[in-house]
Each structure stands twice: as structure tokens, then as C-alpha cells.
Design a binder for this molecule. Structure first.
Ligand SMILES: [Zn+2]
Length: 116
């Protein structure tokens, strides 16, 4: 595994990118960037965009929260340990998902038990 400092740098950098994306989505949704368009076609277009943003925002926020947890765990020296079963998380999984805080089997169990 790469050293702790490099890992934290990577996690923090990705977290920053994500935080930026969340605030951009939020800005788009709340139209802090300008007045609402008056033209009917543009209004329809904006409503469509809103629906996309409504779905994107919680996803991006959940991902951001995931990074916060992974960073907290790395700082506590518990990075790479599944927060559900306490087993080590597979290195290949961490290479793909450095923000992972659960092992693959706990993650898929959580996925299945999640209400639709
Ligand atoms: Zn686990």
C-alpha cells in the first residue's frame, strides 16, 4: 500500500474536486448565477436540467460523505479496514475506489439490503 501521507493527499485532492462539483450543482439548482429564463422553451429546458440535478446532487453528496469517512479513517490509522466486518479491504478494490470504507462483500450486502 502507498504510504499514509500520499494516500491522504490523494483523498483530500479528490474530495476537493468533489466538493467543487457539489457546490456547482447546488449553484445551478438554486440559480445563484442569474435570473430565471423567461422564454417558454428555455423554461422547459431548465425544468429538465433541474430533474437531472435533483438526481445528481444527492449522489455527489453521498460520495463526498464517503470521502470524508475515508479521510477520517486514514487519519485514525484505520484506512483499508472494513468498517462493517473489520477485515482488511482488498488492495485492488482500494486502488479502484480509494474512498472505500467497506470490503466488497459488505458493500454488496449493503447494496442488496438498501430499500429500492
Ligand atoms: Zn466487510
Amino acid at each position: 500500500m502507498s504510504n499514509q501521507k500520499e494516500l491522504l493527499t490523494l483523498l483530500r485532492a479528490r474530495r476537493e474536486e468533489l466538493a467543487e462539483r457539489v457546490s456547482r450543482i447546488h449553484r445551478d439548482r438554486t440559480r445563484e448565477d442569474g435570473p430565471v429564463q423567461q422564454d417558454f422553451a428555455e423554461q422547459a429546458q431548465e425544468r429538465e436540467n433541474d430533474e437531472v440535478l435533483d438526481r445528481l446532487e444527492p449522489v455527489a453528496e453521498a460520495e463526498l460523505a464517503q470521502f470524508d469517512r475515508a479521510i477520517a479513517r486514514a487519519e485514525a490509522g484505520e484506512y483499508g479496514v472494513c468498517e462493517i466486518c473489520g477485515e482488511g479491504i482488498d488492495a485492488r478494490r482500494l486502488a479502484l475506489l480509494p474512498q472505500a470504507t467497506t470490503c466488497a462483500s459488505c458493500a454488496s450486502r449493503a447494496e442488496q439490503s438498501r430499500p429500492a
